[in-house]
Write a protein that binds this ligand. Sequence first.
Ligand code: FES
Ligand SMILES: [Fe+2]
Length: 335
Amino acid sequence: MSGRRRRTTWTPPLRLRRTPRWEGQTPTWRQARPAVIAGALKRAAARPSGNWYVVGSSRATLARDRPYGRTVAGVEVVLWRSQDGTLRAGPGECPHLGAPLRDSRVTCGTLRCHWHGLALDGTPFAGWEPYPVHDDGVLVWVRLDAVGGEPPLEHPVVPVRPEGAGAVDAVFTGAGRCEPEDVVANRLDPWHGSWFHPYAFVGLEVAGTPEDGGDDAFAVDVSFKVARRLVVPVRAVFTAPGPRTVVMHITDGEGAGSVVETHATPLTAPGATDPRTAVVEAVVASSDRRGFALARAAAPALRPLMRRTAGRLWRDDLAYAERRWSLRSTGRFPG
Ligand code: FES
Ligand SMILES: [Fe+2]
């Protein structure tokens, strides 16, 4: 193939687009019917999670000398790697006198309590019972049957992702004063995109909703803003495969095949009066462009950038989720 022909088949990832003034956009509130969002949320809540909760990024648990601790649904959880790299998990309180195991140390794959040296190898010991744990390569999940209350599943429902070797992943973690359903409801309202995040999205149009039938998805045509008038147009499809997860698949345009998974993990116990929820968002980006091989090589440098982008959006989206919770908890939610 000649260089000339190759050039003609190349499509630029970036387009120039006139950005309308913020107030000149078409309002979306008539389409964003509360009943449509509430219906999608209710169906998501009814899907099984098998009591699996996303705890954090797989990368964060890789240290061999220290454990990784989190509180999930009011339960202290500690995770660490055995000598062969297998992930272990269990209650975060030492079975002797309750020391916080997240502050202890790992030596030769054994978690050793820093108060009196009790050693845990991940098997049951003195009333300490391990939790089932799953490392999907991007995220780590733990199964808490006592708080989940659903029939347990052997593995979590992990969304389909682009091939690991050909993808760049980054995980963003934030937290807000709300319940997981408030985070999920925010993601199931695609109509707020260009209005609420004008720095990130231009010309968002919802091309399909669960009401159109099909696979309970929202399809969105939107341009991601890169700089001033430079944008990347894509089609994104949102689905909720579980009660605490919303997945956005890029199905058309630059980066088709890429996935953004939003997981809402309760930090506080169910029914807490002052609930807190973590947002763990995994971006698994892929592209068949030749330049993407370079991006993969630059992944360590790209990750903070990807996390910063997600962080900016989530500052606003957590404000949305917190507001929703505050209205719900005082009986003032209009939906
Ligand atoms: S509290 Fe852990 S060994 Fe005593
Ligand atoms: Fe948003």
